[in-house]
Design a protein around this ligand. Structure first.
Ligand code: ATP
Length: 245
């Protein structure tokens, strides 16, 4: 599968504070990478770097040239009195490659087409935001806590849907989640972030890593520590390479 994004030793500072320190990661098509970490760990900042909404202060951020990125934000702020149906909302997205009906079908939301956006439940809203991100047939889907405001059953369903879409569309998925245990079954790799990469690997390995256990308050799990570090020695930096710092 082709490489979509690669960060090599990336750092981000703002107002003299280190927000991200020596971050290295890569993501390929069809692969799901979940970023977990405590509040203030730099998860949203990392997503903003990959979205090119912020610029790294050091290191190299490479994106496949012309990469199509679909983004699902944590929340959508809508005017409560704005008359807007789901179909109309989806039709407003830029760079469309799918029809509204196709995007709704992808997320199992066909029956929601004529519903007012303001009348959607938390789970329905997240599906519609996902449908919007799919409208331009993304090669990379970026999701910032996609299951926020969704009950536990709905969260499990949503993560399963994301996993299904990544397989069907062969797009890469980069998502932030607060609950590794809910997302575990639906992700290939996990990065535990606390400004730097604390640990990195398959979900079971990260869940049992002492640093993860310390951050998430399960020190007893540290006894079970298994750690596999995946080195990415792939050096093909061509295309959209950005050298900074
Ligand atoms: N432009 C900025 N200037 C100064 N500090 C910033 C800036 N942007 C982010 N920060 C700080 O960087 C840290 C990381 O923020 P970020 O929102 O990336 O964390 P997060 O892991 O997404 O947190 P949360 O889980 O609470 O959403 C925070 O301490 C935040 O205050």
């Amino acid at each position: 599968m082709s490489k979509l994004v690669e960060l090599t030793d990336v750092g981000l500072e703002a107002d003299g504070n280190v927000i991200l320190d020596h971050i290295s990661l890569s993501l390929h098509g069809g692969e799901i990478l979940t970023v977990v970490g405590p509040n203030g760990a730099g998860k949203s900042s990392l997503i903003k770097l990959v979205l090119e909404l912020r610029q790294a202060t050091s290191g190299i951020l490479w994106r496949k040239p012309g990469l199509r990125v679909g983004y699902v934000p944590q929340k959508l702020h809508l005017d409560p009195v704005l008359p807007l149906t789901v179909a109309r909302f989806l039709s407003l997205s830029r760079g469309r490659r799918l029809t509204v009906a196709q995007a709704l079908a992808r997320v199992g939301g066909e029956r929601l087409a004529d519903r007012a956006m303001q009348a959607l439940s938390g789970g329905e809203m997240q599906r519609i935001l996902l449908a919007r991100a799919l409208m331009m047939a993304p090669e990379l889907l970026i999701l910032d806590e996609p299951a926020q405001g969704v009950d536990v059953h709905g969260q499990t369903e949503l993560y399963a849907l994301i996993q299904q879409l990544a397989g069907e569309l062969q797009c890469g998925v980069l998502m932030v989640s607060h609950d590794l245990h809910l997302v575990m079954a639906s992700t290939h790799r996990v990065i535990c972030l606390n400004r730097h990469v604390c640990c990195h690997g398959e979900p079971e390995q990260v869940a049992r890593h002492p640093e993860f256990a310390r951050l998430f308050g399960r020190p007893e799990l540290a006894q079970l520590a298994v750690y596999t570090h995946h080195h990415h020695c792939d050096d093909e930096h061509h295309g959209d390479v950005r050298h900074v710092g």
